[in-house]
Design a protein around this ligand. Structure first.
Ligand code: HEC
Ligand code: HEC
Length: 415
């Protein structure tokens, strides 16, 4: 299944933007300026998501007439600040104790710091989801799920199976998931917001009577969270590799070898799905083309979801995660998951949708020897990709070099 690097996806984005679906994706412009991806910016790139925020519901600030000329950018910053408070509010679960930030911790690229299990515990600690918590970083770049007829591939969608079309839609779900924050309904979440320490700011931004309208209040909450997720803190493009692309850092010999293997279709072939180059429009590489694949990950017997009682997991140990196949209702897509971005990947163990792989070397080893060494069978062998991976013939030294290259993708690099 050969694929062209993300160019077709980029054009899909722009079309979608013209239709206005990205109207609620503000906030990019501001960090792009700081990044110095000047070429991208001046060519209009990044603006795909940089439309001005909808400020119609924003009240003027309470104090200071001088602030009444509330600019789009500062409104956006306030919205993001409110979103951060909601993201970290552990009172918004039932019982209290779990926030988004509990499973998505900033210092590890907004993934789960709890390494006791390959998936995450809910607020009720004997409950677990069936997926490994992915990073929330760089998710603002994930376009909504669409089918590309030319390539015959699904592209985009939040969650590993693409079932949420935007960050707002995604943020609406964990609050009500019995395996996560476990609230019975939207009204109970809004009742908690109404007494939260940031309730005045919430009213200021969304209207004095906002808490009287449950759906409006709930959706406003998801907009604030998404605004936070679109800030630079989630996408700083500040890795050693970014510095290398900008000409301000040198890769070691081993890292350079890793990069060459990563890009070489006859060696690692990783860039076929995890593009590593600056796109035509100047935008930095995301290390995912947002498509879906079944790379043949085995069932993970350590996944605590298998041990959940029948009401929460009716299939018990026979549970199979069908991924995209379930979202789109097509068995041909069973076992496919969205290609992971590899940015910050050194921080986000364990790896793949069920956390089967404890460290980076084991993932690379798997790509290298899946079909020739003694690996357990794929959970869903029927749809497994047999063309692009599984027997790469890499030496130990080359596997090490690939891992060394992946480690250059960690943000916060300084000499
Ligand atoms: C109990 C742990 C847990 C909590 C609490 C939690 N998440 Fe997640 N998050 C996950 C898991 C697991 C997934 C992947 C689920 C899937 O693919 O079905 C995920 C997926 C995501 C994604 C999509 C990532 C991607 O690559 O598509 C985002 C964004 C995200 N969460 C943000 C949030 C926000 C915002 C909250 C609070 C409203 C939150 N999460 C609460 C565990 C958690
Ligand atoms: C055919 C497409 C494809 C190719 C080629 C490919 N990958 Fe992947 N990669 C994926 C998909 C899809 C996932 C998500 C799998 C899952 O969660 O089940 C993934 C996941 C990963 C992960 C785990 C990320 C995480 O956060 O859990 C790493 C690491 C990785 N790939 C590295 C590589 C390297 C290194 C190569 C080259 C040796 C490579 N990939 C080649 C499609 C591909």
């Amino acid at each position: 299944m050969p694929r062209e690097h993300a160019s077709f996806i980029r054009s899909a984005w722009i079309v979608r933007t013209d239709r206005g679906s990205f109207a609620a994706m503000p906030g990019k412009l501001h960090w792009v300026i700081r990044l110095g991806w000047v070429g991208w910016l001046s060519s209009g790139g990044g603006l795909a998501c940089g439309s001005e925020p909808d400020t119609t519901k924003l009240d003027a600030p309470a104090r200071g007439a001088s602030e009444s000329a509330f600019s789009g950018a500062s409104a956006q910053r306030r919205m993001a600040r409110l979103g951060e408070q909601i993201f970290n509010d552990t009172n918004l679960s039932t019982p209290p104790g779990q926030a988004c930030g509990t499973c998505h911790a900033e210092e590890i690229s907004f993934t789960d710091p709890d390494d006791d299990a390959p998936t995450s515990a809910g607020v009720l600690e004997d409950r677990f989801g069936f997926r490994n918590t992915p990073m929330a970083n760089y998710t603002s770049f994930v376009p909504p799920l669409t089918f590309d007829p030319e390539e015959g591939l699904f592209v985009g969608g939040l969650f590993l199976d693409g079932r949420a079309e935007s960050l707002e839609a995604q943020a609406a779900l964990p609050f009500l998931n019995p395996l996560e924050m476990n609230n019975p309904d939207r009204a109970s979440v809004v009742a908690k917001l109404k007494h939260a320490p940031y309730r005045h700011e919430f009213r200021r931004q969304f209207g004095a009577d906002i808490f009287e309208h449950v759906d409006d209040a709930y959706e406003s909450m998801t907009r604030a969270i998404a605004a936070f997720e679109r800030t630079r803190r989630f996408q700083s493009f500040s890795s050693k590799y970014d510095a290398f692309l900008a000409g301000t850092a040198h890769l070691t010999r081993q890292e350079r070898l890793g990069l060459a293997l990563f890009n070489d279709p006859a060696k690692g072939n990783c860039a076929a799905c995890h593009p590593s180059v600056v796109a035509e429009d100047g935008s930095p590489p995301q290390f995912t083309d947002f498509t879906y694949d079944n790379i043949g990950v085995p069932k993970n017997p350590d996944n605590p979801f298998y041990r959940l009682p029948g009401e929460l997991n009716p299939e018990g140990v026979d549970f199979i995660d069908r991924g995209l196949g379930k979202t789109v209702g097509d068995p041909a897509e069973n076992g496919k998951f969205r290609v992971s971005s590899l940015r910050n990947v050194a921080l986000t163990a364990p790896y793949t949708h069920n956390g089967y792989f404890p460290d980076l070397r084991s993932v690379v080893d798997f790509y290298n020897t899946r079909d020739v060494a003694d690996w357990p069978a794929a959970e869903l062998p029927e749809t497994m990709n047999r063309d692009e991976l599984g027997n790469l013939g890499l030496s130990d030294r080359e596997v090490d070099a690939l891992v060394a290259f992946l480690e250059t993708l960690t943000d916060g690099y300084s000499d």
